[in-house]
Design a protein around this ligand. Structure first.
Ligand SMILES: NC(=O)c1ccc[n+]([C@@H]2O[C@H](COP(=O)([O-])OP(=O)(O)OC[C@H]3O[C@@H](n4cnc5c(N)ncnc54)[C@H](OP(=O)(O)O)[C@@H]3O)[C@@H](O)[C@H]2O)c1
Length: 213
């Protein structure tokens, strides 16, 4: 499968490397400067499975597009993708802002970043996922034999199983969190992980998991 990843930073780079290695997917990074040294270094690390092109070229080349841009750049990144009709977008962003009390959500409860992304990405199906843990967990989601949790929220019932399978290939325990509006729950959940990790001393090397009977 060909997966486009918009943004090749902590999240995008980690996911591209993981999908290439664990599932053999062809990765096409959509970046502002495909020749940038850091982008070339990432491609060298991943090997022959990955390439870097412009954002528009990457979006056109793949049916599944992962969005891993900083929130303030996300609308512009989507606008530069071109025609998104029929594309499936996995939105890993969080609408973060930094205020006097540290990192917080710019919007929430009555609307979500995921729904904003759907509004900007006309014609595409947007799924909110890969936003509730750190990129280190995305590289290796299994902790002492226990799979960490990853939610998928989206309205497109036909494509949801494919998106869940894609997330499962990374090694996550994948849970359907319902329609896209449930991104209103997933984004605060992400902020909880961020707060516990960065402000409450848990560090980055942990994740949410579920126990069940
Ligand atoms: N870090 C985490 O552990 C984590 C976990 C879950 C979710 N998230 C979310 O995932 C997103 C990315 O986080 P990150 O830590 O990976 O950020 P990052 O390391 O700063 O990477 C962001 C990437 O986006 C690119 N970019 C910026 N503006 C762009 C534009 N207009 N068009 C295309 N690409 C653009 C940057 O490329 P340039 O080199 O060109 O600037 C860079 O490759 C954020 O929304 C964050 O909240 C992060």
């Amino acid at each position: 499968m060909k997966v486009a990843i918009i943004g090749a930073g902590n999240v995008g780079g980690t996911l591209g490397a993981a999908w290439a290695k664990k599932a053999g997917h062809d990765i096409v990074f959509g970046v502002r400067d495909p020749k940038a040294e850091k982008v070339q270094a990432l491609l060298g690390k991943i090997g022959g499975k990955a390439k870097a092109v412009t954002v528009a070229e990457a979006a056109a080349a793949a049916d599944f597009i992962v969005l891993s841009t900083p929130w303030p750049a996300t609308e512009a990144a989507i606008r530069s993708m071109g025609d998104l009709k029929g594309k499936v977008i996995l939105d890993a962003t969080n609408p973060l802002s930094r205020g006097p009390d540290g990192i917080s959500l710019e919007i929430g409860h009555g609307i979500s970043g995921g729904e904003k992304v759907q509004g900007w990405a006309s014609g595409a199906s947007v799924f909110k996922t890969l936003n509730t843990t750190g990129f280190g967990t995305m590289a290796e989601p299994v902790f002492n034999g226990v799979k960490s949790l990853m939610f998928v929220a989206g309205d497109d019932a036909a494509n949801k199983p494919k998106v869940m399978a894609l997330i499962g290939e990374l090694g996550f325990d994948v849970v359907d969190a319902g329609p896209l509006r449930q991104a209103r729950l997933l984004e605060p959940h992400a902020l909880l992980w961020i707060d516990l990790s960065l402000a409450r001393g848990l560090g980055r090397d942990w994740a949410f998991a579920r126990v069940k009977r």
